[in-house]
Design a protein around this ligand. Sequence first.
Ligand SMILES: N=c1c2ncn([C@@H]3O[C@H](COP(=O)(O)OP(=O)(O)OP(=O)(O)O)[C@@H](O)[C@H]3O)c2ncn1[C@@H]1O[C@H](COP(=O)(O)O)[C@@H](O)[C@H]1O
Length: 107
Amino acid sequence: MTEFSLSDLEKIVGERARSGDPDSWTAKLFARGIDKAAQKLGEEAVETVIAAVKGDREDLVSESADLIYHWLVVLGLSGVPLSDVLKELESRTGRSGIAEKASRPKG
Ligand SMILES: N=c1c2ncn([C@@H]3O[C@H](COP(=O)(O)OP(=O)(O)OP(=O)(O)O)[C@@H](O)[C@H]3O)c2ncn1[C@@H]1O[C@H](COP(=O)(O)O)[C@@H](O)[C@H]1O
């Protein structure tokens, strides 16, 4: 299991966005703004769906990586930290009772 996390990628995206490096895809996307970044996110989502429906495992992994990267770019451009999304997801575990069920003794 890799140690690499979404939080690591969020940091890289933030650093590359601020780098001004002409070779950086991240810096280019940030310069082009939210409309272009959101469009790319939509395209990667569609490509991920196609890979899943085709049952192409290799493409599904690759397109999922593109999707998550572009999603973090859109979050960054929108000023939404990843931690806000994780907090929202965490709050939903309580809503469904999964967290309580997991800690309850069996039997
Ligand atoms: N994870 C990614 C990542 N996934 C996809 N991409 C880029 O996303 C782009 C999408 O490719 P497409 O073919 O869909 O787009 P395109 O045809 O080139 O562009 P358009 O014609 O649609 O405008 C490609 O240029 C990919 O290289 C990524 N670019 C960067 N990262 C991460 O960001 C880091 C910093 O990258 P740079 O900002 O490029 O230094 C990298 O080390 C990676 O960790």
